[in-house]
Ligand binder design. Structure first.
Ligand SMILES: C=CC1=C(C)c2cc3[nH]c(cc4nc(cc5[nH]c(cc1n2)c(C)c5CCC(=O)O)C(CCC(=O)O)=C4C)c(C)c3C=C
Ligand SMILES: [Fe+2]
Length: 410
């Protein structure tokens, strides 16, 4: 679907009502007859002069799921659900409702509000005047989803899906780790992102419950690498595989996987607290030696530009980047910063990184890196890993199919 700059959701509603476009939501358990409205292909977009990149549409239906190699949006909600229903048909209904909702929301549409004032509105409404804001919703399935005896899916478990093995320095909280299904929701407008996650929760009523949710941000000038809360450019090395061939090598699962996973990817997640107070008392030289890169320019030691190729042997032996390089592996990182409450005992702020990476084979790419970093990374003095999960994200969907169909109807 092409981008429709400047088109508000209200215009969508008017246009689609005029065009008679409507999509029955079906047996969603919402207790009211609901329609979703979507712009018909023939409606004319408003003037391109009103174009704002934040209005952009990232199509939900595509060869690969959106939100994996999509340039990073500003806001993230990462939500993990526990499936509570034992009924496969109820699970399928939820996944169908989620699919329709995501397709519609990514295109800037809104569920049509019910005509009756006697029932709750069918859309929570907070995006009615907002653009699509490059909303993406990326779904993944955890090891416990395939292990759930009620659905008999264990033989479809992808080759490398597992809970990330316990690491020596882990300080994990199980209430913010794992989960049956995850939704990585990203958008350039926080309210658009929250609207999506909130409605996924609403549509899951009676079938799944929210296990945990994390909220993150990645601020940066468009086209430039965003900085993390230690003030360093974070994501530079993604550029090494930034091409269709590079993504095939690094990100997309191949023909050795169950068919539903081919063209999908493994999401590895770590919630990592960053001790910003102690970092802020560290000298610039020590900060730079921790990463092996310069703070302002982002250049590796021994070179002058952020993207210059460098000799890893010139970096301190325990530096983060040298250790990552030492494994000889590449991963596709899509991390977001988070901030949370103050610890009343210390006055320290709970802040850090929602580390997310995508890779085609976590056993070969991600886990060796994590193990090496846990044993020798200079960064360890400033971080604590508190949450962890891995999910298998299926390949993309074509219109008319629902998320997870290739697993549940294999
Ligand atoms: C297991 C994988 C990784 C974890 C966990 C991780 C945590 C983490 N990283 C930073 C900050 C930076 N990381 C950088 C580079 C980098 N990090 C990883 C992997 C993990 N990081 C890789 C594979 C790379 C790329 C190495 C390369 O090939 O050059 C950088 C440098 C700039 C960049 O390339 O992005 C920074 C800065 C933090 C703060 C953190 C945990 C809180
Ligand atoms: Fe890193």
């Amino acid at each position: 679907m092409e981008s429709r700059p400047g088109m508000s959701r209200k215009e969508f509603l008017k246009l689609s009502a005029a065009a008679g476009a409507g999509l029955a939501l079906g047996a969603s358990g919402l207790g009211a007859i609901v329609e979703m409205t979507k712009l018909s292909g023939s409606a004319a977009p408003s003037s391109p002069s009103s174009a704002d990149p934040k209005d952009g549409i990232v199509p939900f239906y595509d060869k690969h799921q959106a939100g994996i190699v999509t340039p990073q949006q500003t806001y993230l909600y990462l939500a993990a659900f526990r499936v509570t229903t034992q009924s496969k048909s109820d699970l399928i209904l939820m996944l169908k409702d989620w699919t329709k909702f995501c397709d519609l929301s990514a295109a800037g549409g809104t569920m049509k509000l019910s005509d009756s004032a006697l029932v709750p509105p069918t859309d929570t409404g907070e995006t009615l005047d907002l653009p699509p804001a490059r909303l993406t919703v990326t779904f993944g399935f955890g090891p416990s989803f395939f292990g759930n005896g009620a659905f008999g899916l264990s033989k479809l478990t992808p080759r490398h899906l597992q809970d990330i093995p316990r690491m020596p320095r882990d300080n994990l909280d199980s209430s913010i780790s794992g989960g049956d299904i995850c939704a990585q929701v990203c958008a350039d407008d926080q309210q658009v992102a929250f609207h999506a996650v909130r409605n996924l929760i609403r549509l899951s009523t009676g079938k799944a419950s929210l296990k945990w949710m994390q909220e993150g941000f990645a601020s940066g000038t468009p086209g430039k690498t965003p900085r993390n809360l230690f003030g360093f450019k974070d994501g530079t090395a993604n550029q090494l595989h930034d091409s269709p061939a590079g993504y095939d090598q690094v990100v997309w699962a191949g023909s050795d996987e169950p068919e539903w996973m081919q063209g999908g990817s493994y999401l590895a997640y770590r919630k990592i607290q960053m001790k910003i107070e102690s970092w802020d008392r560290t000298s610039l030289a020590d900060q730079e030696a921790t990463f092996g890169r310069k703070k302002v320019s982002g250049a590796a030691f021994g070179v002058s530009g952020e993207f210059d190729t460098f000799d890893a042997a010139k970096l301190p032996t325990d530096s983060h980047v040298r250790l990552a390089k030492q494994t000889g592996q590449l991963i596709h990182r899509r991390a977001y910063s988070y901030t949370d409450k103050v610890d009343p005992r210390t006055g320290n702020v709970d802040a850090g990184l929602l580390f997310i990476s995508y890779q085609r084979n976590p056993d070969q790419q991600f886990l060796p890196m994590l193990r090496l970093m846990q044993s020798s990374d200079a960064l360890n003095s400033y971080v604590a890993h508190v949450g962890s999960a891995m999910f298998a994200c299926p390949a993309g969907l074509s219109a008319g199919r629902y998320i997870g169909q290739s697993i549940l109807e294999a």
